[in-house]
Design a binder for this molecule. Sequence first.
Ligand code: SME
Length: 314
Amino acid sequence: MKIVPFSPELKNDFVELNKVWISAMFRIETADIEEFSNIEKAIENGAQIFFALDDKKNVLACCMIRPCANNEWEILKFAAKGMSTGTGAGSACFKACIDYAKQQNADKIIIVSNKKLSQALHIYRKFGFAEVPVDKTKFPFERGDIAFELVLKHENIMTKSEKISIYETVLPQIESLVLGVKYGISSLANIAAVLQRSLNFFWTGFYVVEGDTLLLGPFQGDVACIKIPKGKGVCGTAWQERKTIVVEDVEKFPGHIACSSLSKSEIVVPVFSASGEITAVLDIDSDRLATFDDTDKMYLEKVVEVLKGYERFV
Ligand code: SME
């Protein structure tokens, strides 16, 4: 199987594959006809269509991505031969669209779909799309009853003084949240939530110490690996070396454990108990390079100090 971008000889396959599923499950709408008759124009305006071809160059699936307002891109007209090929062709075209949007530096990808299209919805979720309300003003289709988005740019670029001001605001908030809370996991969960809400990084969470392993604790963000042995990855290294580790480029950190390919830089801060034992690590990932510096180190070390009353989390 091969993934190729749009070329005029593939136009007919694109139209036909889409007409089949739309008319089988819904009805062809005016907006569909307009899209089918303006394909070259859409491509000129920055859109792209990816096709999965089999060895004999038959089209197995196709998927379109186009730029919209505010650096948002939309995935649309996702179709597969016989509605599903069972070969991964649909997923491969879909992934090509996501990669294309990333190359174009998109902030967000949006999709409007229909609840009946369970196989497509499964693919959207598999690639990390989250359900959001349908904005009917943006999407003219009758069949649009469910919408998804994938945020690619999570962080606003903060100036140093903005960052300091955020940390200064959240620190007392975090201190008061933890006060009198006996169950340590609840405190970890609330701290992860406050940090994520305020700083909006790609992934914010804790790994807790159990024996010789770090176990995934409360976090905000995409699913992550469950166990990290002592000395492994950035988290296991911060634990072993008993110090904060700031990684400007995760690809340059030997042994970095990639939970998501979107993660580009990272900071890991050990959590010490009053007796000096490491009980957990705070891990924050960014989807931009070189996000974390000494300011983050200093404030996040203050943040985890509020957890020193807990001798263990599991
Ligand atoms: N990157 C980490 C693993 C945890 S995820 O980033 C959430 C590491 O190398 O330890």
